[in-house]
Ligand binder design. Structure first.
Ligand SMILES: [Zn+2]
Ligand SMILES: [Zn+2]
Length: 171
């Protein structure tokens, strides 16, 4: 049972529910709502379980769900820390604080980090987290969202892959 989405009216349905029409001697699957043959494969988002067009999903997650996940500051911090194992010498935390929070050009991101630097960056992240919570703001979230959706690396796809890896390890 595959999920399908109609590109004309956005209706989602299974291929059992699709209407079959014979057009020019060929059988076409059509949308049961509007009769369109302009259909695309859908898949269920791992987060909200809604059917989305397959090419709109990031490793199984829809954009809305990933943006929700990014609002979890502890989770995102974990993602940055894991950058240690996934990127070269510079970690996700350095890059994030220097470029996304302090808005410094990429060239200022240190090529080599130290224990002291890392500790102070952790504190900087912690202060932003505390500030948002106390003042009811979403300064950190805005920085995270911008950084993750600016089409540079890392991106939502990378984050989604990381989430899936993490789920696997947990099981
Ligand atoms: Zn339709
Ligand atoms: Zn979703």
């Amino acid at each position: 049972m595959d999920d399908l989405i109609c590109l004309d009216c956005n209706h989602t349905f299974t291929d059992d529910d699709a209407i079959r029409k014979n057009i020019d001697g060929e059988t076409w699957m059509c949308c049961p709502e509007c009769g369109s043959t302009d259909l695309t494969d859908g898949a269920r988002c791992k987060g909200c379980d809604e059917v989305k067009a397959e090419d709109e999903l990031f490793d199984g997650w829809c954009k809305e769900c990933l943006l929700d996940k990014l609002a979890d500051y502890e989770l995102f911090f974990e993602y940055l820390k894991d950058g240690d194992n996934r990127m070269d010498a510079v970690t996700g935390l350095e890059e994030f604080v220097f470029t996304a929070v302090w808005k410094l050009p990429e060239k200022y991101v240190p090529k080599i980090s130290s224990f002291e630097l890392k500790e102070s960056l952790k504190k900087a992240y912690g202060s932003l987290m505390a500030y948002d919570r106390i003042c009811g703001k979403s300064t950190l979230y805005e920085a995270i969202k911008d950084w993750m959706t600016d089409n540079k690396d890392p991106d939502l796809y990378d984050f989604a892959e990381w989430l899936n890896e993490r789920e696997k390890v947990k099981k």
